[in-house]
Design a protein around this ligand. Sequence first.
Ligand code: FAD
Length: 377
Amino acid sequence: MAAVTKVAVAGCGAASMAVAIPLAEAGVEVDVYELKSEISALGSGITLQGNALRALDRLGVWGEVRDEGYPFEGLTLRAPGPDAAVVAELPEVGTGGPDYPAGMGMYRPDLARILAKRAEEVGVRIHFGSKVTGVAETETGVRVDVGGASVGEFDLLVGADGLHSTVRELIGIEEKPEPTGMGIWRAFVPRPAEVAQSQLYYGGPAYIAGYTPTGEDSMYAFFVEDAQDRFALGPAEGAEIMKGLCGAYGGPWNEVRETLDETRRINYTWFTSHIIDGAWNRGRTVVIGDAAHSCPPTIAQGAAQALEDGIVLAELLLAGDAVDDPLWEAFHARRIARARAVVEASVQLGKWQLEHNRDADAPGLIFGIAHQMAEPA
Ligand SMILES: Cc1cc2nc3c(=O)[nH]c(=O)nc-3n(C[C@H](O)[C@H](O)[C@H](O)COP(=O)(O)OP(=O)(O)OC[C@H]3O[C@@H](n4cnc5c(N)ncnc54)[C@H](O)[C@@H]3O)c2cc1C
C-alpha cells in the first residue's frame, strides 16, 4: 500500500512529470494543474546530462528522447578570438553510466511534449489553463484551490510550479530565487556542420559564449553577460546584440552570425539562485524542482535535478505507507546534498567569471560535480 492514493501537482514541467508518471504507473490518481493553456511552445534548447537521460529512461521516454535529441560526448572549452583556440577537452564523465551518452541537446518543446504524452498514456490527468491559487490542510488531507475555487481534497499537493512558485509562497517558505548578477541571451539557430558537441568560450565581450547541438539541423547558442535591464528589447534588437557579440568569437560563430535574426527564438533572462535549506514540505504540501532550488545553468544540471527530485519523491511515496515526518526526512536526506552541490558549483562558476578570476579551476569544478552526479540520486 502506497503512502498516497490521490495526488495533485502544480505545474507541468520536468519535475511535475517525474513525480506524476511513476505514481500514475503504480495506480495512484494524479491530477496535474498547469497555468498555461497548452504545453509551452516557448524556449529553445536544453542540455540533458547523462543523469537526466537516466531519469528520462526511468520515466519510460528514453527511446523517444534518443530519437529526437542530439547525443554527444565531452565538453570543449575554447578561447575567444578569430582562431577559437581549444583550451581544454574535458574528459567524459558519463553521469548516467555506460548506457547513455554523456550529454544530449534537445529542443525544449519536444521534451515537454514527450513527457506530457507519456503522462497521459499512464493515466495522469493534465488540466491546462489551471492556476493553483490556494492550499489548506484538513484533518484528512490537503484541499487545493485552482482559479480561486476548490478542486477537492488530496493526500498530497506537489508544488512543481517553477522558479516563481505560488505553492512555495502559499505554504510560507521564504527562500526564493535571487539574481546572481548575470543575464543570458539565447537563440535557436541552424547547426554549423562542425558543431557536434557542447562548446564553451570563456572571456571576450561575454563572460561565456557557447552552443549545444539539438538536432541534425539545429542548435542553441548563448552569450552570458552582466545582468542588465534588457527586458523591453524586442527580438530584432536582441538579434543585433547577439550578432555583435558573435564578431568576437571565431570558428562556428561566423556562421551563427549569418543566420541570426528576429525569427530565431531570441530570448533574454537573468540567472538566479536559491535553495531551501530546511524541509521542502509543510504538512502535506511539498515543493520540488526549480520551486525548491535554482541555479545558473553553468553546468546544465537544473532539469536533471528537477527530474531526480520527482523520481525520488515518487519512489518514497510508493514505498511508504503514510505522508509523515519519516517520509519527509528521508526525502530531504536523499535530495539536499546533491541539489546544494549543484547550486553551489553553478553559482561559483558564475562568480569566478564576475570576479574575472583567471586562476580559478573551472574544469576541475565541472569535472568534480560530474563525478558526484554519476552516483545514482
Ligand atoms: C537560461 C536557462 C538555461 C537553462 N538551461 C538548462 C540546461 O541546459 N539543462 C538543464 O538541465 N537545465 C537548464 N536550465 C534549468 C531548467 O530549465 C530548470 O531547472 C527546469 O526547467 C526546472 O523544471 P521545473 O519542472 O522545476 O520547473 P518549470 O519547467 O519552470 O515548470 C513549472 C511549471 O509550472 C507552471 N506554473 C507556475 N505557477 C503555477 C501555478 N500557480 N499553478 C499551476 N501551474 C503553475 C509553469 O507554467 C510551468 O509550466 C536552464 C535554466 C535557465 C534559466
